[in-house]
Design a protein around this ligand. Structure first.
Ligand SMILES: *Cc1c(COP(=O)(O)O)cnc(C)c1O
Length: 426
């Protein structure tokens, strides 16, 4: 996407925007304050304008007028219909993805199903930079099965940095039942080689469960081709489906006969409206559903993912790589002398779509960016400020502005008026 050599001027940022083929997608989102620079689309995506109309229609017509008949007008199939669309973003043929529950709950279903597919094995491999809910879910699943599994957390080279891949290779052995990792790590945006690790785990006979929360909608992937067993992920981050929108679960077709959800709810039963008294798993991905879907937010997933489907993952990834690279170049040129370091891999093949900056005053600087500078990043312990690039609406000019405002926060000592005491949500 580069038209000319990198420089630190805002004109250069504007030339990148002028050459951006995805620039038109920004108009599809609600931008209520153009001065506000939102760099947290990796935590909560922006609101698509179409979702406002869609939600209003869903409430007025679908709920208000159709009432219970809605179930036969498209509600009942929605978890699979919308799942198939997410499937097309992650290289999954139809019939293997369902939208339901939260990422935490789906991970529980997948990990427990995976452990039960490898009953004799007593090792679960994950890493120390995984999202905490993922670690808790693994601990809970192991406890439920009798507490005999050893959970190996592969360490990272620096405390919050990149994983130690040699350790990972050593950790996955013939006693490993499940390997579960986040495709892109939440703190510093490290991107795992999903294909290679899946192959490695399969070489030892283990099941893989990938968490795609920080990669779906930002990084292309080929789950079927790479033979992934299970995957889960959020829809409210890069897929712009709204706070707490239902998550998704992928189960490879090869496992549809053998894998079972640990939650035996009626929506996962064969023919639920027969109201039979005993559970029998539904065929296919349906068995991983549990209960009645939250229809309004499920329908918001349908309108939320539409711009991503339209733009296509390869263009999105192209812009994401260009934006994160531009951001890293700017940090090196403008912020390094003020004590900032880049904690995200510099090679694009190992990087997702957010960039982590470390600074000893990271918390207070992030506060000042939000309160004084109209820049919304987020902060992750102990010293990381995350800048997320959401290719559908983030502009190069915004990235330039965010770096410039960050520089001012430090050189004008604006952050010093804030206390280091953390708020409840950071
Ligand atoms: C955001 C995120 C989650 C959140 O899970 P919820 O159940 O939606 O709260 C889980 N795992 C990873 C890797 C995430 O990035």
């Amino acid at each position: 996407m580069r038209r000319k050599q990198f420089d630190v001027t805002s004109e250069y940022a504007e030339s990148l925007d002028a050459a951006d083929k995805l620039a038109g997608y920004r108009e599809r989102f609600v931008i209520s304050d153009p001065e506000l620079i939102y760099l947290d689309g990796n935590s909560l995506g922006r609101l698509p304008k179409a979702t406002i109309t869609q939600q209003s229609e869903a409430v007025r017509q679908q709920w208000g007028e159709r009432l219970i008949r809605g179930w036969n007008d498209g509600w009942y199939d929605a978890p699979r219909r919308i799942g198939d669309r997410i499937g097309s973003l992650i290289g999954a043929a139809p019939g293997q993805v369902a939208v339901a529950d939260s990422t935490s709950v789906n991970l529980f279903k997948a990990v427990l199903a995976g452990l039960r597919l490898r009953p004799g094995r007593k090792r679960i491999v994950t890493d120390s930079i995984n999202f905490p809910t993922d670690l808790y879910v693994v601990q809970g699943a192991a406890e439920l099965l009798g507490g005999e599994h050893e959970i190996v957390r592969v360490p990272s080279e620096h405390d919050e940095g990149t994983p130690d891949l040699d350790e990972l290779v050593r950790a996955i052995d013939g006693d490993t039942a499940v390997v579960t990792l986040s495709h892109v790590t939440f703190k510093n945006g490290f991107l795992y080689d999903m294909e290679a690790i899946t192959e490695l785990a399969h070489g030892q006979g283990a099941i893989v469960v990938w968490d795609l929360s920080h990669s779906v909608g930002a990084v292309p992937m080929l789950l079927d081709e790479w033979g992934v067993d299970f995957a889960v992920g959020c829809t409210y981050k890069y897929l712009n489906s709204g706070p707490g929108a239902p998550a998704f679960i992928y189960v490879n077709r090869a496992l549809h006969g053998s894998a079972r959800s640990p939650i035996w709810g009626w929506f996962g039963r064969k023919n639920p409206f027969a109201f039979a008294l005993d559970y029998e798993p539904a065929p296919g991905i349906t068995r991983f559903l549990a209960g009645t879907p939250p229809m309004l937010s499920l329908l918001a997933v349908e309108s939320g993912i539409a711009p991503t489907l339209e733009a296509g993952m390869s263009k999105i990834r192209g812009k994401s790589v260009a934006q994160t690279e531009y951001l890293i170049d700017l940090v090196d040129a403008v912020l390094a002398s003020d004590g900032f370091t880049v904690a995200t891999p510099r090679v694009p093949e190992s990087r997702g779509s957010h960039v982590a900056l470390r600074h000893s005053e990271g918390y207070r600087i992030a506060r000042s960016l939000i309160e004084d500078m109209k820049v919304i990043p987020d902060f992750r312990e102990p010293d990381i400020i995350r800048f997320g690039c959401a290719p559908l609406y983030t502009t190069f000019r915004e990235i330039w502005e965010a770096v410039d405002r960050t520089r001012r926060v430090v050189t004008d000592h604006l952050y010093e008026k804030y206390s280091d005491e953390r708020s409840e949500v950071t």
